[in-house]
Design a protein around this ligand. Structure first.
Ligand code: ADP
Ligand code: MG
Length: 278
């Protein structure tokens, strides 16, 4: 029985005691040493940790690019242990939108065609593909760049195309491994504002970052150290400078808002722990 979240809804991600070991000749590298994690619909999670702590291994397992050596994983209620390569590829395409550090766009192929690609794999008719890809490009503010090639766009724009591509299939989960790692500060903020808007529209977003400024956009932070989760709780939210904040809302309301955000994160955290049964 997959773990339950609240009354009826299954979590998008449920990992239970997941370990991943790599065999390097005679040496066994324990990249993950028993990780349990529940991500609910609408969560906005930053996975943080030092280099080599196991973040990418965790993301690869969540993204069905890799499978646990031990433990269980349910993706949107499906036990991935029962799936062969082919079925894993299918569930990956249907349920997950990936964003990578290095954009991974197909060169010499327009932005629109890049966004359409996963929809071809999904077997959508041409007309619907076009409409969905155009809508996704519109969401990231790149309607006017649809016919540009990757090398005609800035890094920030290329990453926005990659976000549009991740969105186009309407996935249950958006996964991003260091999505701002190759971007300047401003472009990175732009990407994080897009993820924030997507999350506010109900999307589930999990990203890896080692930058506090980036994690501060999310509502929940999971900290990994030596293959274990050592913290899972509210993120340190972006705090506007008093001058900036007062331009938006009076100071007293600002305080209320940040408190509400914190308690909301705490509530979702409590729900999560309940679902895990810990
Ligand atoms: P992070 O993304 O946090 O930098 P990784 O998940 O990439 O960490 O790696 C965690 C540990 O597992 C590291 O010690 C790394 O060297 C090791 N590792 C990762 N991938 C492999 C692999 N394919 N083969 C062997 N060891 C690996
Ligand atoms: Mg990594």
């Amino acid at each position: 029985m997959p773990p339950r979240m609240g009354q009826e809804r299954l979590p998008v991600v449920a990992l239970r005691n997941v370990a991943r070991t790599y065999q390097m000749g005679d040496i066994e590298v324990q990249a993950l040493r028993g990780v349990s994690l529940t991500v609910g619909t609408g969560d906005f999670v930053a996975i943080m940790g030092a280099s080599g702590s196991g973040k990418s291994t965790l993301m690869n397992i969540i993204g069905c690019l890799d499978v646990p050596s031990r433990g269980r994983y349910w993706l949107d209620g499906v036990d991935v242990r029962q799936l062969d390569e082919h079925a894993l590829a299918r569930i990956r395409n249907r349920k997950i939108g990936f964003v990578f550090q290095s954009f991974n766009l197909i060169p010499r192929t327009t932005a629109l065609a890049n966004v359409e690609l996963p929809l071809i794999y999904a077997g959508l008719p041409a007309k619907e593909r076009r409409a969905r890809a155009e809508a996704a490009l519109d969401l990231v503010g790149l309607s006017d760049r649809a016919n540009h090639l990757p090398n005609e766009m800035s890094g920030g724009q290329q990453q926005r195309v990659a976000v549009a591509r991740a969105l186009a299939t309407n996935p249950a989960l958006i996964l991003a491994d260091e999505p701002t790692g190759n971007l300047d500060t401003r472009s990175g903020e732009e990407i994080m504002r897009i993820f924030t808007a997507l999350n506010e529209a109900g999307r589930t977003v999990v990203l890896v970052t080692h930058e506090h400024d980036i994690a501060a956009y999310t509502t929940r932070t999971v900290r990994v150290r030596d293959g274990l989760i050592v913290y899972d709780g509210p993120s340190d939210r972006v705090r506007l400078q008093p001058t900036e904040a007062s331009q938006v809302v009076p100071a007293s309301e600002t305080a209320d808002t940040s408190q509400a955000a914190t308690s909301q994160a705490a509530t979702s955290q409590a729900a999560t722990s309940q679902a895990v049964g810990s």
